[in-house]
Design a protein around this ligand. Structure first.
Ligand code: ADP
Ligand code: MG
Length: 307
């Protein structure tokens, strides 16, 4: 199979949206950007054996490669529109490509994100996706807006993916690792209230520290409030909390809500039926994370967090 046929068969999609003036097949794609909106873009590479275990199914790889990029748009409060795909393959394996493109297409369709171009090369398996989305001008959610007294929330349970990486027989956690759900609906909801937001890809402590740095603040976490799945509740509690604090790959959103917006946030949230666990408060002491007992929390792999 020639590279050109491969692109035609797997990556040239029908039914391009109106925003796509030109897609796969020419030297570059052309997009129509609506007025009063800003283009938000992010790129992530997944390398076999580094970002996913080598035995991960091709379908899951297709899903995850786009999901982690969509998660970045969710973190910005942007709506996904388009993406490009740079694919490096060791060989042309049709059944692998079939499964990969089907995993990719189904999450792309779910979030109305259209493949507009890419590049195909030979080498060790790696997938780079650049995603593009739109946000109303000036309305993006940034890392730098957290203020002392803001409450800290997450969109879902933490530590599951990291547990799944080490316990592949745990179906629920393995699914959380292989098929992360970008929190785009949640992003649309919290956008009207949040002072800062990011997605948790490297673990709660590490990612929270990015908000703290960008906002020049600290945080106090109440470890008893960390949301744990039933699967993690079954293991030793200290171990479960360590997974929740330092395990990566969950792709939940971490966000802060200013005190004057909390009442309305909770009112709208309970009407929508959503539950976003409150886990702590923004404090004054710059870039310092404490627990509710006054211990300093430090991310150091996942055995020793108390420094
Ligand atoms: P060029 O030689 O001009 O770089 P390519 O042969 O790399 O062109 O690509 C031809 C067309 O196919 C371009 O429109 C490119 O965007 C698209 N394309 C190449 N690889 C992929 C891919 N993996 N997924 C989607 N589109 C691709
Ligand atoms: Mg090219």
């Amino acid at each position: 199979m020639h590279e050109f046929n491969l692109i035609e068969q797997y990556f040239k999609w029908d039914n391009a949206p109106e925003t796509v003036a030109l897609s796969v097949g020419d030297d570059a794609a052309i997009l129509n950007i609506p007025v009063n909106q800003q283009l938000v873009t992010s790129v992530d590479t997944l390398i076999s054996g580094v970002h996913f275990p080598e035995d991960t199914s091709a379908h899951a790889i297709g899903h995850k490669a786009l999901a982690v990029n969509l998660s970045d748009l969710a973190a910005m409060g942007a709506i996904p529109k388009w993406f490009t795909l740079a694919l490096t393959l060791p060989e042309i394996n049709q059944s692998w490509l079939e499964a990969f493109s089907s995993g990719l297409k189904s999450i792309a369709d779910e979030h109305n994100c259209f493949l507009i171009g890419g590049d195909t090369t030979r080498g060790p398996l790696s997938i780079t996706i650049q995603v593009m989305g739109l946000v109303e001008s000036g309305k993006a959610l940034l890392r730098g807006g957290a203020k002392v007294g803001d409450k800290i929330y997450v969109t879902g349970t933490l530590g599951d993916a990291a547990f799944g990486l080490r316990n592949k027989d745990n179906d629920f956690c393995k699914q959380r690792l292989d098929y992360p759900s970008p929190r785009l609906l949640e992003s649309g909801f919290i956008k009207a209230f949040a002072s800062s937001c990011l997605d948790i890809s490297d673990g709660l402590l590490q990612d929270l520290s990015h908000i703290l740095k960008a906002s020049s603040v600290g945080a106090e976490l109440d470890l008893s409030l960390l949301p744990l799945s039933n699967e993690l509740r079954r293991i030793n509690n200290v171990e479960a909390i360590n997974y929740a604090l330092s395990g990566g790959d969950d792709y939940e959103l971490l966000f802060t809500i200013p005190s004057d917006k909390q009442a309305l946030f909770h009112q709208k949230l309970s009407k929508s039926g959503g539950v976003y666990p409150y886990i702590g408060t923004i404090t004054q002491e710059k870039e310092t994370i404490m627990d509710e007992k006054g211990h300093k929390l430090i991310s150091k792999g996942y055995n020793h967090f108390y420094g």
